[in-house]
Design a protein around this ligand. Sequence first.
Ligand code: PEP
Length: 255
Amino acid sequence: MDKARKLLIAGNWKMNKTVAEALDLVRSLQVELGLVKEVDIVVCPPFTALSEVSKAIMDSKSIRLGAQNMSEHNFGAHTGEICAGMLKEFSVRYVVLGHSERRQFQKESDGLINAKTKAALAASLKPIVCVGETLAERESNVTEIVVDTQVGGCLSGLTKEQMDEVIIAYEPVWAIGTGKTATSAQAQAVHSFIRQRIAALFDETVAKRVRILYGGSVKPANTRELMSQPDVDGALVGGASLEARSFSDIVKNSI
Ligand code: PEP
């Protein structure tokens, strides 16, 4: 696929996979995707599997490691938290921040996600910052207002140079894990809106460079259509990233 920006396909394994299962999956992905150069591929296992998955892909030319969350703090009395420096010990390069499940269940705010984004960048991790509206918000025609607030809040205070390392994931909440995918036209409309907002907040160059992933029931069958949209620069994949066959097919269908 001829795209303005290199596509990035990231698998968010969420709270799934024991270490043994994670190794099984990543070894199969290595076999399927080991030679892929056209697309950036990221897997985000649970924290408990980072160490072993990191070792398994140490020599991989194609698969990189991501985490699903991190603390905004660097150390200290934050029971149960994991900081950027700890992720770096396992050669983690990307970190998903502000996933809608964390916004909903852990009550993460744009301000907190902004602090985490800054902490990630300070540690040379690439944040994948998630935004997206709920079904009620879409039905009330406030999608753009919601997404604008999230983008502005999460990226507040970043420099243009820092924005080179930031990836945005547009994930309509109503499409996550529901089997309901946004149509390619719905995705393109919001992606284009986000890019315009980035241009207004930073500048045109930043807006042209930033990768905006789509997430929400991405499957092999809908990948090609979604990725063909000019402002869709990849996918954040939940359910379909848990099996080597479906995740590999998503990657292959995006090329
Ligand atoms: C996600 O959790 O980021 C996601 C997009 O999930 P799913 O692909 O299962 O909808």
